[in-house]
Design a protein around this ligand. Structure first.
Ligand SMILES: [Zn+2]
Length: 329
């Protein structure tokens, strides 16, 4: 499929970080930076020769500084939703770590309400549906992540759709977070967990055991046939992010990207952006990349869309509408 055909298709992005997707112009304006937008863009984008997830995560320092007021959170979300709507994304789940926005003037309540306001305004202004995923962070103390979880509970199903765990998977493995996900289950909060992004198949196994509905990336899964079968029978969703996966060395260029293997096996694989700005990408570019490198055909693009609808944290009314938005071939 060519660029314009993919650009015109309705698309869904289930794995998109707010801080990694703010436009360079938005960051420049919000932080009153004097630098040329190209210089700001350079600070926000992963280098061409990015060596690791740890290096990739350094690009988030500046955008996190933007998300420190209620208005900036709302406007930041609108900034991304406008870009998403411009490439015909019809539904997006935006994620961020609310704890990074916590300060003397901003409570969790303020943070969640300003994020939900952004989504509501996005629907009115750009006609795009969206929900927020709140990320616990691996390097933070468990009490901090628990406090965030308890604060989000009031907003689940009212704009906040799920919990995630993000940060450096190499340094803090899933096993350390069993209590957090036990608590999420107790509150009936669905969750996805960044797992198997940089080689750990054990983290995918634990995510499934904890009761995750999805995993972020899950690339390492291709190494374990028995676990692939378990993920298939449990209908675990996989949020693949091709460009980001190459940049963080989740996959090397001499290894075949596992999307085709996952689809052929019948896993609920999806394609997403991860970070529109840090990875300098869009949903259109991500789908182009898999079409070109893996010979993904039009029929499989519709399978990816259908998988995204199934594993999304949207309610049934929105899911139904999303299925109707696509003209099936
Ligand atoms: Zn991510």
């Amino acid at each position: 499929m060519d660029y314009s055909a993919i650009s015109n298709l309705p698309k869904i992005d289930l794995h998109c970080h707010i801080d990694g997707s703010l436009s360079p112009f938005f960051v420049k304006e919000t932080l009153h930076l004097k630098d040329h937008p190209d210089v700001v863009a350079q600070c926000l984008r992963a280098p061409e020769d990015c060596q690791s997830l740890t290096e990739y995560l350094k690009c988030f320092d500046l955008p996190i500084k933007c998300l420190q007021t209620a208005d900036a959170i709302t406007d930041g979300i609108l900034n991304i939703l406008e870009a998403c709507a411009n490439e015909n994304i019809v539904y997006v789940e935006l994620r961020f770590a609310p704890t990074f926005s916590l300060n003397a003037n901003l409570s969790y309540r303020d943070i969640f309400e300003s994020a939900i306001k952004g989504c509501k305004l996005g629907r009115v202004r750009y006609g795009i549906e969206s929900n927020i995923i709140a990320c616990a962070m691996r390097h933070l103390p468990i009490e901090t992540n628990m406090a965030m979880l308890h604060a989000m509970a009031d907003y689940v199903n009212y704009g906040i759709c799920a919990l995630d765990l993000a940060g450096d998977e190499n340094l803090f493995a899933n096993i350390q977070f069993a209590d957090l996900f036990k608590e999420a289950k107790r509150f009936g909060i669905p969750f996805t967990i960044h797992s198997g992004e940089c080689g750990s198949v054990e983290n995918v196994r634990l995510a499934l055991e904890f009761g995750a509905r999805r995993v972020g990336h899950g690339i390492a899964l291709f190494k374990d046939a028995a676990l692939m079968e378990a993920c298939k029978s449990n209908r675990l969703g996989l949020e693949l992010c091709p460009t980001s996966n190459y940049q963080t060395h989740a996959i090397t260029h001499d290894t075949v990207y596992p999307l085709r293997a996952f689809l052929d096996y019948g896993l609920l694989a999806t394609v997403n952006t991860d970070n529109r700005t840090v990875s300098n990408t869009t949903m259109t570019k991500e789908l182009m990349l898999v079409c070109d490198s893996l010979e993904i055909m039009e029929k499989e693009i519709s399978t990816l869309y259908r998988n995204s609808v199934e594993i999304s944290f949207a309610d049934d009314t929105i899911k139904h509408r999303l299925l109707e938005a696509y003209s099936w071939k």
